[in-house]
Design a binder for this molecule. Structure first.
Ligand SMILES: *Cc1c(COP(=O)(O)O)cnc(C)c1O
Length: 416
């Protein structure tokens, strides 16, 4: 495959060790790890000078346009362990008509709906599954609101691993079926994603599976980190002023922040890093509440409910890392109601022809609210994340019909 041309040789990886995201305690690389001894996420550390010595921007520019172009920044050691469906670089799409409506100079959307399995979960899961393979696991499991499970199923099958997936009972039918069709065993659970997570945790002993839950293994972050690497490269090694990210477990926000910091440490980007904004739905906004309360940890959000199922995450194990990135970057967290999410989705689709998922649409609702509250300036270069294709979600009805056997009323069609 042309796209994977850069994968024909083993490249050295520059991973030095892993570190507890909370305590900094050091862990050996190349051994299977879940959480740290403190029960917190582990972060992968690299020899950044080594990367800078082995790779330059010109060499990188010549590589095929997929996520594996950043191989030196990634943890997989052996090429034979890479599990890929060709994770192409996703485009940055300007939404000028919508920007004009809000009086902004420009508004950009990174459209992640174009990745394999229709969401950016592909980035995290191609990495986690590749590493599970490299470290010798044959059985993997996770809780999911839909998109992560679909990606786990796809990459798990491709790697020849056995995948077990647990999702909330009201997960959209399309997600449950795509998971099953792509070869995973899938169950609906009468609860939310944290209840599903508990089942995965409890099954570890009986089932001997590896828990690939958000941030409970170290490598999904590394896959999501490529969003930050890609963004910087696409923008000519600059970054937007402010990034609006629909935040559930927060892997993407944490991963991008890690990418920007690694690039800055290497001297590949300079100046201020983007302000990171965590957008949540009003019906499930634990991170926003913790941000407002000025605390590092978020309490479990009771009775979580929103149409944006990808961000219906009542409790996030990486809460302190999300809040840390938001604060360090001089960003903020903001919650938006479901009706504004729906309205945002319709506005952007009708104005600019871009069909966002509800989570992506939430970032625009958050952007608008932030403009009104003076949290962002219309002149700031803002970038929104659309994390999954809008096609996977139920859409508003469109039920006009014509009877071909009767004369057609053109006036009615013209005034529809
Ligand atoms: C998982 C998901 C999110 C949330 O991503 P995190 O990085 O886990 O916070 C947002 N949108 C969609 C479509 C998702 O599938």
């Amino acid at each position: 495959m042309e796209h994977l041309r850069n994968l024909t040789e083993d490249r050295p990886t520059f991973v030095t060790h892993l570190e507890c995201g909370a305590t900094g305690e050091r862990y050996e690389a190349d051994v299977l790890h879940g959480l740290s001894a403190a029960g917190k996420p582990l972060l992968v550390k690299y020899d950044l000078d080594g990367i800078a010595g082995a790779l330059d921007k010109e060499t990188l520019a010549k590589r095929p346009p997929d996520l594996w172009r950043y191989r030196e920044f990634l943890p997989v050691r052996k090429t034979e362990n890479i599990v890929s469906l060709v994770e192409e670089m996703t485009p940055i799409v300007p939404i000028d008509a919508t920007a004009a409506e809000t009086g902004s100079s420009s508004l950009l959307v990174k459209d992640e709906g174009r990745l394999p399995t229709g969401s950016f979960k592909a980035r995290g899961l191609c990495m986690a599954v590749s590493m599970a393979k490299e470290l010798g696991k044959t059985r993997i499991a996770m809780p999911t609101n839909g998109n992560a499970g679909a990606a786990l199923a796809a990459y798990g099958s491709r790697a020849g691993l056995e995948s077990y997936v647990f999702c909330p009972a009201d997960t959209p039918e399309v997600n449950v079926r795509e998971i099953a069709l792509q070869g995973a065993k899938v169950w609906r659970v009468n609860g939310l994603i944290n209840d599903c997570g508990r089942i995965v945790g409890e099954g570890k002993e009986a089932m001997d599976w590896f828990d690939i839950s958000t941030l409970k293994e170290p490598y999904r972050i590394e896959g999501k980190k490529t969003m930050g690497l890609e963004l910087a490269e696409q923008m000519g090694w600059e970054t937007p002023d402010v990034i609006f990210y629909p935040t559930g477990g927060g892997t993407g926000l944490i991963g991008m922040w890690k990418a920007f910091n690694e690039l800055r440490e290497m001297g590949w980007i300079t100046g201020d890093l983007p302000r990171m904004v965590a957008v949540q739905a009003e019906g499930c906004a634990p991170i926003v509440k913790a941000w407002q309360d000025g605390v590092d940890h978020a309490d479990l959000w009771e009775d979580a409910s929103t149409i944006a199922s990808g961000i219906r995450v009542p409790v996030a194990i990486g809460d302190f890392l999300i809040l840390g990135a938001v604060r360090e970057s001089n960003g903020f967290a903001i919650a938006v109601p479901d009706d504004e999410i729906q309205d945002a989705q319709e506005r952007i689709a009708a104005n600019d022809g871009l069909l966002m998922g509800p989570e992506g649409a939430a970032t625009y609702a958050g952007y608008k609210a932030a403009l009104e509250q003076g949290l962002v300036d219309p002149g700031e270069r803002a970038l929104l994340f659309n994390c999954g294709t809008g096609l996977k979600y139920p859409m508003p009805p469109a039920d006009q019909a014509i009877n071909k056997d009767l004369p057609i009323d053109w006036d009615e069609i013209g005034s529809a």
